[in-house]
Design a protein around this ligand. Structure first.
Ligand SMILES: C[S@@+](CC[C@H](N)C(=O)[O-])C[C@H]1O[C@@H](n2cnc3c(N)ncnc32)[C@H](O)[C@@H]1O
Length: 138
């Protein structure tokens, strides 16, 4: 009985604090993923790597990595200043690193902890094939 009450309280608190679908995780919708995929496929024909500004937990970074040409790399830039789960910046960073572990270990993705404006000043030998700007959803 106590277990049941605890679960009910947890459910009510969680719904009050996070009324949205947590599995969505501040990422894109299905049709937006499809559109992004079509852009990646076009960008695969161009020289240069991929840049993602605003990686959050890595949902779109994983997809960019899955759709990119094998020789390309994704630079996943985030300053870990915002997340929908109210995690600390340190927790946010660790979860993202964990989610992207396979891809970073195999050189498909590089997580860059930086403010986007500092990253924009970074010199690129070859300009990116595609820059996906998703620090804010506008
Ligand atoms: C909407 S989320 C990105 C969602 C992600 N692209 C996805 O679809 O899975 C925005 C992210 O941008 C980051 N961000 C916000 N302002 C930033 C800035 N000035 N420089 C770098 N990252 C920033 C936040 O920390 C957050 O993780």
């Amino acid at each position: 009985m106590l277990k049941l009450c605890k679960r009910a309280v947890k459910h009510v608190v969680r719904r009050a604090l996070f009324p949205h679908d947590l599995s969505h995780c501040g990422s894109l919708g299905a049709s937006e993923y499809e559109f992004l995929k079509s852009l990646v496929e076009r960008a695969n024909e161009l020289p240069g790597d991929f840049v993602e500004i605003g990686t959050l937990f890595g949902s779109t970074a994983q997809r960019l990595a899955a759709w990119k040409a094998p020789e390309k790399k994704v630079f996943a830039v985030d300053r870990f200043s915002w997340n929908p789960w109210i995690l600390s910046p340190e927790e946010h960073e660790r979860i993202t690193a964990n989610n992207l572990f396979y891809l970073t270990a195999h050189g498909h993705v590089e997580i860059v902890k930086a403010d986007k404006n500092d990253f924009y000043r970074r010199p690129f030998a070859v300009p990116p094939a595609l820059a996906f700007l998703d620090a804010i959803h506008t």
